[in-house]
Ligand binder design. Structure first.
Ligand code: DWN
Length: 392
């Protein structure tokens, strides 16, 4: 049974940056969040059709966030050493920072966004430009055989039909193969109050408890879990066929930690919802006060997360003048829903602003390091994670 606990209001597509002439045709949906009492899975109530989100115009290039390029290189090297896979497939390969570390003859990409599929195809990797489904897995078995490593980063939580996605993995995975995937951790989101990880692209937010339930009913099991710092706290899940190998201590430890926090209890989600409402009130009050006192505020990082925050809190150009982002495809556009202009970092002088809100709070250290001069000149950062605060 699904129990609703959070209403994040009317939201646009989080990554649909747009031009002024498209404002009138913008798509919105009601972003409500539920907890499934049977599996413990947290999901959004109204799924948005994936074709509306993941298409030729999808702007999030992983390689534009340089810490992530290192992360995927290190991950690829670690998986090569640990499992020595002969055949590798990546689901949701984006612009290729992970797959680039594997040899072209034995590695395959699956990527529904045509702009990214073209990039990995041009790099020499066979790329299926379509969504991950059991039908696709069966085609791949016919054409390429079974895979030893199936990898996905920030992608499985994008898929509505998890049973079909996991069944597809089970069919394509060789008998001793490993399925490794990483996504934001529900526990860390609840601990840090980072409700902005919830948007159209993330129809599910995973706990280890929920994944263990859903993988098992699809013939797979988790044998290890790594806790990662990326994206504000993610879990890397290692899964295999249900009847192969042992289950490591990290699985029980993670499930225990989640149970102690109360992820199997609806009250935990109600408490979180209350914290989210308070975060909204505090953020709006704090930005409004600064503005009333004549302060200038901008935002660093036109993230999907900031779309959730700005639309939920009703923060537009009345409070934030401009957003800077390193991604070319977002520059010169307006942010979804609240229509704040997005510009390249070099096009503004940060010292003209008093405050910089961190849309990309997950890169807080990297940004603070890059923008030392802003702080030396009296500027301050604002974040809402883990609570609304200003810092230098
Ligand atoms: O799963 C998803 C994750 C991996 O990426 C998505 N569904 C979509 C996207 O979410 P996001 O937009 O919240 O991700 P990031 O990685 O927090 O985005 C960072 C943004 O900030 C990028 O557009 C690049 C930009 N950036 C910047 O302007 N200056 C990043 C850094 C590090 C910087 O210094």
């Amino acid at each position: 049974m699904f129990k609703e606990f959070l209403d994040l209001g009317r939201q646009p597509i989080a990554n649909a940056f747009l031009k002024e002439e498209d404002f009138d045709d913008e798509f919105f949906f009601d972003l409500k969040v539920c907890w499934d009492t049977d599996t413990n899975l947290v999901s959004i109530k109204n799924f948005v059709e994936p074709e509306r989100i993941f298409n030729e115009d999808y702007p999030y290039h992983t390689s534009n966030s340089f810490p992530m390029v290192n992360h995927f290189k290190e991950t690829a090297e670690m998986l090569q050493m640990k499992f020595k896979p002969k055949k590798v497939l990546e689901i949701g390969s984006n612009d290729g920072p992970f797959i680039k570390n594997f040899d072209k003859q034995n590695s395959i990409c699956v990527e529904p966004c045509g702009n990214f599929a073209k990039i990995t195809e041009d790099l020499g990797y066979d790329t299926y430009s379509t969504f991950w489904t059991t039908d696709l897995a069966r085609d791949i078995i016919d054409q390429k055989g079974h895979m030893d490593l199936i990898y996905a980063a920030n992608c499985i939580c994008h898929i509505h039909d998890l049973d079909d996605a996991f069944n597809a993995v089970r069919e394509l995975l060789s008998p001793s193969g490993v399925f490794v995937f990483e996504d934001p951790s529900l526990l860390r989101i609840l601990e840090r109050g980072s409700y902005d990880q919830i948007y159209d692209e993330h129809p599910h937010v995973f706990s280890v408890i929920a994944l263990d339930n859903i993988l098992r009913r699809n013939g797979l099991k988790i044998f290890s879990v790594d806790n990662l710092f990326v994206h504000g706290g993610s879990n890397r899940i290692y899964a295999s066929h249900i009847d192969s190998g042992l289950v490591g201590d990290s699985v029980r430890q993670n499930i225990n930690e989640e149970m102690i926090f109360g992820l199997d209890n609806f009250q935990t989600y109600e408490i979180f919802a209350d914290r989210v409402k308070k975060s909204k009130d505090t953020l709006v009050r704090s930005l409004s006060n600064l503005r009333r006192n004549g302060k200038k505020i901008m935002c660093i990082g036109a993230t999907a997360k900031s779309t959730t925050v700005f639309n939920y809190c009703g923060i537009g150009t009345d409070l934030i003048d401009v957003i800077t982002d390193t991604t070319e495809a977002k520059q010169g556009m307006f942010s979804p829903g609240v229509h704040i202009p997005v510009v390249p970092r070099d096009s503004i002088n940060l010292n003209d602003y008093d405050y910089a809100f961190l849309g990309a709070w997950n890169f807080k250290e990297v940004i603070a390091d890059k923008e030392r001069e802003f702080v030396q000149n009296g500027g301050e950062f604002i974040t809402h994670v883990p609570q609304v605060m200003r810092f230098r």
